[in-house]
Design a protein around this ligand. Sequence first.
Ligand SMILES: [Fe+2]
Length: 209
Amino acid sequence: MALPLTDIQAEELLDRYNETDSLRKHGRAVRGMMRHFAGVYNEDPEYWGQVGLLHDIDYEQWPDEHCRKTPELLREAGYDDAFIHAVISHGWPHCSDQKPELTMEKVLFACDELTGLVTAAVLMRPDHSVLTIEVKSVKKKFKSKAFAAGVDRDIINQGAEMLGVDLDFLIEGTIVGMRDVADEIGLVGAPTAPEPESSASAPEAGRAV
Ligand SMILES: [Fe+2]
């Protein structure tokens, strides 16, 4: 599974088509999550990571053609059909007719939305840190439908079912993967500042695409 670009070049490719800070960080958060799960499943973290990094490459400029503009952009950069399938199957069935088949594809399908939920949950914490958040806290937010309402819980559940794993396993892996990239996604926060947890409404940043 050869990649045509280095990790740095893949970042440059994402950033070329996405100027929005939240989209750049979302790509990097999903890369961190995918790298972590690649390790869990004894697969290639670099390959899984680039699939995660580039999964929303077309979203900023072509939101109405999400996953349909992507093949052209990735092919032009040298990526092959297998890589493109891995990326666009995360949009199944709404944006793509390509269903997740491989474990890598199912993980992206399930945990793309979950990175959005974890981000929103972290931003609700007084310390704004992914380093201190726990599975139970994210699970509570998962059950609260009003929180980060743009995060599609059904997709996450469906992804867990496809993989044959439970929600806790996915939440934990997503948190750990995002911790590995906490600095580049701006979620190190200030873990030493203790304050009671706020009950204000969920931030917009929770929406994953
Ligand atoms: Fe996404």
